[in-house]
Design a protein around this ligand. Structure first.
Ligand code: NAD
Ligand code: ZN
Length: 358
């Protein structure tokens, strides 16, 4: 009998310009006695007006979070340990930032109620207990981390998410105003993460009407903001935030594909960040997604973005092997992209040649 995924979703969603102002009201019923709410905030907002709009009460705490590097299991463990020592119990963890801070918030919430290290839970359905209340407030649009059932962490031996039914947020606040000041390049790379989610989902063998409905809508929104518009405006921020949401919903019921698999290898060995890494790979995937890659290149050109080239130059055999092993271990991604016999298509030689082009 076929097994259909029975997936848990985010419980509450608020959308709209200025919806951030409702945060105090939203959090009030979630407060447990005097246990504090902990706000993990992207370091780009340090000293900015947004900090003063955070509705602090009692022992609530703001932790400014450095996201120079993508989240690590050691960082999650340290934060959770620190909070347990300082407060014993917390009412909730609120992540305000891009995909990195949102993933950190999800992971720290889980580690408040689960023993050991977050590295023990990298994989599928290994998390034993629900975390504490958690809310996600994106300030960049594209990753879909606001809706996904995973939190991607780099651990001692792998880069892999804590995928579980306990991972999705209890609440998300989608306020496009918060994305207004994102740097143009970053906004493009993270926006392309969404575009690539759409292409990989819509061109994949796992596609079904559920994923298609969301994927097509997200793709249409990406085209409107990255191709149809000549000047970036508020409407673009509004649309890209919904594209990210819909793109995330699309892959929730399908899977990503070649760009993500190859990009994970780059991230693991070279620390290449998710958005830019996906772009670097997508640039060379004509063979797998011809129409998507052609359109991607038009978007790159229109927005005057320089996609880095030659990042694998000078790497040795051992390094190529590390990247290939990481990429090839992501079997569902390849199966989605190339079908059941994917390993006959994506041989090590072929993958090596692809990495050498990047
Ligand atoms: P990010 O969160 O790493 O942030 C990138 C940069 O943008 C940072 O320097 C940050 O300070 C800055 N920034 C964020 N918001 C800003 C704003 N409003 N104005 C100015 N600067 C701002 O970038 P991202 O692309 O959103 O997230 C990437 C991360 O998301 C990776 O760690 C990746 O693994 C993860 N991810 C998770 C999922 C998931 O389903 N959980 C999916 C895709 C990616
Ligand atoms: Zn992605």
């Amino acid at each position: 009998m076929a097994q259909f995924r029975n997936f848990r979703m985010v419980s509450y969603v608020v959308y709209g310009r200025g919806s951030f102002n409702q945060l105090d009201e939203i959090l009030a019923p979630q407060r447990r006695g005097d246990a504090p709410m902990i706000f993990l905030v992207d370091f780009v907002f340090d000293g900015k007006p947004l900090i003063n709009r955070i509705p602090l009460r009692g022992k609530d705490k703001i932790i400014i979070t450095d996201v120079t590097y993508e989240p690590k299991t050691s960082q999650v463990d340290k934060l959770a340990q620190q909070l347990k020592e300082e407060f014993g119990m917390v009412s909730g963890i609120i992540g305000i930032g891009g995909g990195s801070v949102m993933d950190l918030a999800k992971a720290v919430s889980l580690m408040m109620n689960n023993p050991g290290s977050s590295a023990d839970y990298q994989g599928w359905d290994l998390v034993k207990n629900p975390g504490v209340y958690k809310a996600g407030i994106p300030t960049l649009s594209g990753t879909g981390a606001e809706v996904s059932r995973t939190t991607v962490l780099t651990g001692p031996t792998r880069k892999l998410g804590m995928n579980s039914d306990y991972t999705p947020f209890d609440q998300i606040v989608l306020d496009p105003e918060l994305t207004a000041n994102a740097p143009v390049n970053q906004r493009f790379y993270t926006g392309m993460d969404c575009y690539i989610h759409c292409i990989e989902s819509l061109e994949g063998t796992y596609l079904n009407e559920f994923s298609k409905s969301y994927g097509e809508k997200a793709l249409q929104l990406c085209r409107q903001v990255f191709l149809d518009k000549d000047v970036w405006d508020e409407e673009c921020d509004d649309k890209l935030m919904m594209a990210s949401y819909a793109g995330g919903m699309s892959i929730a019921y399908s899977q990503v594909g070649v760009a993500h698999a190859v990009s994970y290898g780059l991230a693991y060995l070279l620390g290449t960040k998710h958005g830019i890494g996906n772009c670097i790979v997508m640039n060379h995937l004509d063979e797998y997604y011809p129409a998507g890659v052609a359109e991607f290149k038009r978007m790159v050109e229109k927005h005057n973005i320089e996609i880095p080239q030659g990042i694998c130059k000078g790497l040795n055999d051992e390094q190529f092997d590390i990247m290939m092993n990481v990429a090839l271990s992501l079997k569902p991604l390849w199966e989605n992209a190339l079908g059941k016999d994917w390993d006959k298509i994506m041989t090590r030689e072929k993958l090596r040649a692809l990495y050498e082009k990047l």
